[in-house]
Design a protein around this ligand. Structure first.
Ligand SMILES: [Zn+2]
Length: 105
């Protein structure tokens, strides 16, 4: 796999200039920005925490995209099913109402 210039393994710690660091855990607040192409790293030497841009992944190498489209498709199908159920319930309500009002007369 060709490493890009944005490869975190090739960038340096902004504090000590060392290129030995590991991925840092994201805090709860930072997880809200998970959609952004940035990841936190921590220097193994000076413990400095910094953010690095994640190298762009081609769309066809992103399985999350596929599963996202799949879940959207499933949601559409389930909403269609929900619509049928609601219309059947409404029809049943209408029939019952018509039946009971006629019975009362
Ligand atoms: Zn450092």
């Amino acid at each position: 796999m060709p490493s890009s210039s944005l490869d975190p393994a090739r960038s340096k710690c902004p504090k000590c200039g060392l290129n030995a660091f590991r991925r840092s855990r994201r805090s709860r607040l930072e997880k809200a920005f998970a959609a952004l192409p940035y990841l936190p790293y921590r220097c193994l030497d000076c413990q400095a925490r910094f953010w690095r841009r994640v190298p762009k992944v081609p769309p066809d190498h992103r399985p999350a995209r596929v599963s996202g489209a799949e879940s959207r498709r499933r949601k559409r199908v389930s909403s269609r099913r929900q619509f049928i159920v609601y219309s059947l319930a409404l029809l049943l309500l209408f029939v019952l109402t018509a039946f009971f009002t006629r019975d009362r007369e």
